[in-house]
Design a protein around this ligand. Structure first.
Ligand code: SAM
Ligand code: SF4
Length: 329
């Protein structure tokens, strides 16, 4: 079992399988983003090899992310492999975070390959606003995808990034829609990851202030429900709906961190909110499995205690100098 210098057990790996995406969410990446040259990106076989090494070291939960995981060619080969590991009881869960644009096409294939729950990002239920925040996304397509996943019996959790003067009023409608459509929901505070040309400060809506409004309006009570993840949960007293809140800036959640992140180029980031990484690609392509393991163990020894995200009037731009689509959310 992997554990870090603060004795936190690390049994969860998020794997960014591509930096590419068919959307351009304004808080995630710049519209004119330059994607990585293909030779820098790990092959499907290399991703599988690293998954196996992490699994042998005790990692039991894998989430595929990106960029958009469902635009990566042959991504199903990775999911099939994870499903084989699950059938052999070597892992307990494999899942993914998706923008949902290709979900209608993939829902049944995901189900066949053991995916039981997914996170789908959705920031507005208004087609025009959805287009505005994603630059050119088609809301109808995403809603059809969510429906297909639901029909397959895949549990959907909606991820909504709250942005100032954009969806802070609409969020109540989105929460209601989730209840009607049998989806859980997590509300996410914008994190200063990557310089996006637009002022982060203008997008940022502090959960500290917003939570109070939410609790009052929806009759919420804090829930005992806990995962090792960053969400704090609330329950609606009236309809029993569970609402997660991920507030990296206004409420630090690092004490129980159990995860590390692998980028599509083989860099292992020990913390989403710090710049340090350990490069596994050289060892993967040129050295032995022992060298890869040594690098992973070294990474554990330098996993930082906490992120130190900051958004304030003097610090408009991204604190972390890489983009979210590269590291994986
Ligand atoms: N493309 C997929 C999607 O959008 O679900 C997976 C990758 S995306 C980077 C993963 C999650 O990160 C999404 O829920 C997205 O809304 C969130 N995200 C992206 N940039 C963010 C930021 N700067 N702050 C907070 N969340 C962000
Ligand atoms: Fe693409 Fe996801 Fe980033 Fe949106 S949040 S641009 S869907 S990677």
């Amino acid at each position: 079992m992997l554990s870090d210098q603060f004795k936190r057990k690390i049994d969860y790996l998020r794997v960014s399988v591509t930096d590419r995406c068919d959307l351009r969410c304004t808080y995630c990446m710049a519209e004119d983003v330059t994607f990585l040259p293909r030779q820098e990106v790990l092959s499907i076989e290399e991703i599988i090899k690293l998954i196996d090494v992490f699994n042998e070291l005790g990692v039991k939960k894998f989430r595929l992310t990106g960029g958009e995981p469902l635009v990566r060619k042959n991504i199903i080969t990775v999911i099939e492999h994870l499903n084989d590991l699950k059938k052999q009881k070597k892992i307990y869960e494999h899942t993914l975070t998706t923008n949902g644009t290709n979900l209608e096409k993939y829902a049944s294939i995901l189900k066949e390959n053991g995916i039981e729950r997914i996170n789908v990002s959705l920031d507005s239920l208004n087609s025009e606003k959805y287009k505005e925040i994603t630059k050119w996304g088609n809301l109808e397509k995403v809603l059809k995808g969510i429906k297909s996943a639901n029909n397959e019996g895949i549990k959907v959790k909606i991820n909504t990034v709250l942005t100032q003067d954009f969806n802070d009023e609409e969020i109540f409608e989105i929460i209601e829609w989730c209840k009607k459509n049998n989806c859980d929901i997590s509300l996410i505070e914008v994190m200063p990851i990557g310089s996006i040309g637009e002022k982060r400060f203008d997008q940022y809506l502090s959960m500290k202030n917003f939570e109070e409004k939410l609790v009052k309006k929806l009759n919420l009570i804090p829930s005992n429900f806990k995962t090792n993840g960053p969400s704090r949960y609330f329950t609606n007293k009236v309809n029993d709906q569970k609402i997660g809140i991920i507030s990296a800036i206004s409420h630090n959640f690092c004490d129980t961190c159990n995860r590390v992140r692998l980028t599509c180029t083989g860099k292992l980031y020990m913390c989403l909110g710090q710049n340090d990484f350990v490069d596994l690609k050289f060892a993967l392509r040129n050295q032995s499995k022992t060298d890869i393991i040594n690098k992973i163990e070294y990474a554990m020894s330098i996993k930082p205690k906490a992120h130190n995200f900051e958004i304030n009037k003097n610090n408009f731009e991204g604190y972390v100098d890489r983009y979210m689509n590269e590291t994986g959310g």
